[in-house]
Design a protein around this ligand. Structure first.
Ligand SMILES: [Zn+2]
Length: 152
């Protein structure tokens, strides 16, 4: 039993978030569309995790709070590009290099925006739903006693 358990590969938190996976099992996709760039459907979420059955919208308007996460991600991203620019290109008040960074950063943020929006939702959900190593044994029980997945 112990060997069997250790054989099952579990993903870490960072991997699960970056790939928009369910925070409870870290395997099921939170979003219906695997691509962040099909702009008509990219924000459509599965009602329940297809793997463990975890509900993805815990209450009405649950995802309003993602604004805070999105803000943090945007700031972190901008700081990273600023540092990278500083190291690779250099920042000076004598020329326009800082404005080139600003423009580049804006373009990069626009390009990554759909991905960041999905990432914010995944991170936000992970604040309320923690990883459950025993989800496999519970999944069977849940589908019988709670087919709607309303308890979590
Ligand atoms: Zn799941």
């Amino acid at each position: 039993m112990k060997d069997e358990k250790s054989k099952i590969k579990t993903h870490n938190y960072l991997w699960a978030m970056l790939n928009h996976k369910c925070p409870r099992c870290r395997e099921g996709a939170l979003f219906c569309d695997s691509s962040s760039y099909r702009l008509k459907t990219f924000m459509k979420m599965n009602k329940n995790c297809p793997v463990c059955g975890q509900k993805t919208e815990l209450e009405q308007g649950f995802y309003y709070g993602t604004g805070y996460v999105s803000y943090a991600i945007t700031v972190a991203f901008s700081v990273s590009t600023f540092v990278a620019w500083w190291v690779l290109v250099g920042i000076s008040i004598g020329d326009n290099r800082i404005f080139w960074w600003l423009g580049t950063n804006i373009i990069l943020m626009l390009v990554f925006q759909p991905y960041f929006m999905r990432l914010s939702r995944a991170v936000w959900l992970s604040f309320f739903v923690s990883y459950d190593a025993g989800w496999r044994s519970e999944a069977g029980l849940r589908s019988k006693s709670d087919p709607e997945g309303t308890t979590y």
